[in-house]
Design a binder for this molecule. Structure first.
Ligand SMILES: O=C(O)CCC(=O)C(=O)O
Length: 283
């Protein structure tokens, strides 16, 4: 297990082993097959709560290796608030601007940890996540929305800090390893110029006392007890991409949308991987 003092000081921890590389490859294969067969639906599915569509991902989010690590940071009573994919295809220009996750999520207090699981190797060559160690201690910093076409974030939000003056560190992972990062750490990633995809599955965990401002969303109890009931419980998938699974996913998207885009200047301009666009015609 990683030393919690390092997480407290740096705002991240890695690498943490979760599964072997063949298990990671088989999940990556399942995800890429879906993307190949139905790119439009896949874009919607990958933007948030993809675990509501695949039993295999529900198994992942409840893995002991992940929850033991998250428990070290957040304590015993844990909810999974969202889970989404960051997929950079081969030779693509998608990137993630430098940002703090806490900017638009409307969660109070800001006690959220992301477990970012690499389903392929993720390194400097293919656009791995980079962080500014210790930046989580600077509090919430202002951001501006760029809505950049190649930006994988919902608003293309960017921290108002000159990152070229900061000391950054790359989070390099093998397939099957994960990193943890604090909701306030400055982080981002560059495009993938290599011939193979870079796939990460980002799971956002909160302790049960955290509340959602601006609406009621879903969160799954993954460890311990929930005496607060600040979130509704989602129905878990029984089959891959089934009709009721899409209905549940659609409902969770709608609720997320109403929270994340409540005050956005261009609430309808959502695109790409982190798209939260809803669609009445699932199935
Ligand atoms: O996958 C990436 O490159 C960035 C991921 C990210 O911003 C996040 O998980 O919060």
């Amino acid at each position: 297990m990683f030393p919690i003092s390092e997480f407290d000081q740096n705002g991240f921890a890695c690498p943490i082993p979760v599964m072997n590389s063949s298990q990671a490859a088989s999940l990556a294969e399942q995800i890429m097959r879906f993307q190949h067969e139905d790119p439009d639906k896949a874009a919607r599915a990958f933007g948030t709560n993809t675990h509501l569509l695949f039993p295999s991902l529900c198994e992942v989010i409840q893995r002991e290796q992940i929850l033991d690590a998250v428990e070290q940071v957040l304590g015993k009573n844990l909810l999974l608030w969202s889970a989404s994919f960051f997929i950079k295809g081969p030779k693509t220009s998608s990137f993630v601007s430098w940002h703090q996750d806490s900017t638009y999520w409307g969660l109070e207090p800001p006690e959220i940890v992301t477990a970012w699981l690499a389903l392929t190797p993720s390194n400097l060559e293919n656009g791995c996540m980079e962080v500014v160690p210790g930046s989580h201690l600077r509090g919430q910093v202002s951001h501006h929305d760029t809505f950049g076409d190649e930006n994988m974030l919902s608003r293309g939000q960017e921290v108002a800090v000159d990152i070229s003056c900061e000391k950054t560190e790359a989070i390099e992972l093998e397939a099957g390893q994960m990193s943890l990062h604090h909701v306030r750490i400055f982080h981002g990633s560059k495009p993938n110029p290599t011939n193979t995809p870079r796939i990460g599955f980002a799971m956002r965990f909160i302790p049960t006392h955290v509340q959602q401002n601006g609406g009621r969303t879903f969160a799954l109890l993954v460890r311990g007890h929930d005496e607060f009931n600040h979130f509704d419980r989602p129905n878990l998938p029984e089959t891959d991409l089934g009709v009721t699974e899409w209905e549940m996913h659609q409902e969770s998207l709608k609720r997320m949308n109403s929270v994340l885009f409540k005050d956005a200047a261009q609430a309808t301009k959502v695109k790409g991987h982190q798209s939260l666009k809803t669609d009445e015609k699932f199935s």
